[in-house]
Design a protein. Structure first.
Ligand SMILES: NC(=O)c1ccc[n+]([C@@H]2O[C@H](COP(=O)([O-])OP(=O)(O)OC[C@H]3O[C@@H](n4cnc5c(N)ncnc54)[C@H](O)[C@@H]3O)[C@@H](O)[C@H]2O)c1
Length: 337
């Protein structure tokens, strides 16, 4: 494979995927409207600024790059509370616009699509472990856009005129860290997820609060599956390189879902301990009840990724923390803050 379209390739995950492709000699062609992506992340890359729903722009991209062999669709709005406040905006951006993008990809003969989905669509399970056949029951408008799109994509591959369309959906768990070469990372210096709060507590001396301490986990705190974003990016490379084996052009079912996590659950308290070890300092840790919308969480069964993609995660939480901190320092200096 020589060239791949990446929507949302100026964002956190898409830019890391683009770097991982470049490292393997595959040229990424980035399409991003920069609503959240950063121009700095695409400075030295083939880049089109615009909307995934812009059919004329897709025509131009494929006219200028007829050798694009696959599309990785990362572009989306991703903030859960915002999706609760503005559901129509989220359904339009993540569902309606993706449908327009699929129309363009089909018209332009781009038959391989890798879709960014999310572990947040899984229904809670008694032991928090989920495989690809576990029930889904998204609990926010954001997560529902992902669950809906998965259904749309599956139906699409079964429709008339889409006999050549094939889709691999990657369900991401909780990405942490940054590109180990620090080309790109998170746009926000103070992200709202647990690791972001830990970094903030460490850098300001403020307390870190474990929200929710009575979940049915080994220590009562919520559980997640923190996958290094570079490992996640490499899963995309594997999915692209093995695409035709995973979903053959003449396969009866041309839609495939694959979990991308570490296979290990980490509770919030365990994350705190791992963070303290990584930075060599103790934090002021407090406890509180769960916030509205909090969930017990889940972690991935990753046998499918191992078998189909020949992929497995290579980096642990300590590396995720170290790369997140190194990126944050570099990015803050670049932003001049
Ligand atoms: N970050 C996570 O924890 C996580 C977890 C699971 C799944 N995902 C999924 O991974 C994908 C990438 O997430 P991310 O964390 O990199 O977010 P991000 O916001 O950094 O990246 C999304 C990118 O898409 C672009 N974009 C949004 N709408 C667009 C549109 N209509 N046209 C063109 N570009 C548009 C934004 O400018 C941004 O650069 C998303 O689909 C997200 O749902 C993320």
């Amino acid at each position: 494979m020589k060239k791949v379209l990446i929507t949302g390739g100026a964002g956190f995950i898409g830019s890391t995927v683009a770097s991982a492709l470049l490292d393997r000699g595959i040229t990424p062609v980035v399409l991003d409207d920069l609503s959240k992506g950063r121009a700095e992340f695409v400075e030295d890359r083939i880049f089109y600024r615009g909307d995934v729903a812009d059919a004329a722009l897709l025509d131009r991209i494929f006219a200028e790059h007829p050798d694009i062999e696959a599309a990785v669709h990362c572009a989306a709005k991703i903030v859960v509370p915002e999706s609760v406040a503005k559901p129509l905006y989220y359904y339009r951006e993540n569902v309606a616009k993706t449908i327009d993008l699929l129309d363009s990809l089909q018209r332009l003969g781009c038959t391989r699509v890798v879709f960014s989905s999310s572990a947040s669509i899984y229904a809670p399970t008694p032991d928090a472990r989920v495989d690809e056949s576990s029930p889904v029951d998204a609990n926010s408008p954001y997560a529902r856009t992902k669950q809906m799109m998965e259904q749309v994509l599956q139906d699409w591959t079964r429709g008339e005129g889409a006999e050549h369309q094939r889709v691999i959906t990657l369900r991401y768990f909780n990405p942490i860290g940054a590109d180990p070469r620090l080309r790109t990372g998170l746009q926000d210096l103070n992200p709202s997820h647990a690791l972001g709060k830990l970094i903030e507590a460490h850098s300001t001396g403020a307390p870190f609060t474990v929200t929710g301490v009575e979940w049915a986990t080994r220590d009562g705190s919520g559980i997640r599956d923190y996958v290094h974003v570079q490992d996640l990016a490499e899963a995309h490379v594997a999915a692209l390189l093995r695409f035709d084996e995973v979903v053959a052009p003449d396969a009866a079912d041309r839609y495939r879902v694959i979990n991308v996590g570490t296979g290990d659950g980490t509770t919030v308290r365990e994350l705190v301990t791992a963070f303290e070890q990584a930075v060599g300092a103790e934090l002021d840790v407090r406890e509180a009840g769960p916030r509205p919308g909090d969930v017990i969480g889940c972690y991935a069964a990753v046998d499918t990724a191992r078998e189909l993609l020949g992929w497995q995660p290579r980096r642990g939480i300590a590396e995720g923390v170290a790369d997140a901190l190194a990126w944050r320092a570099k990015w803050a200096a670049r932003l001049g803050v």
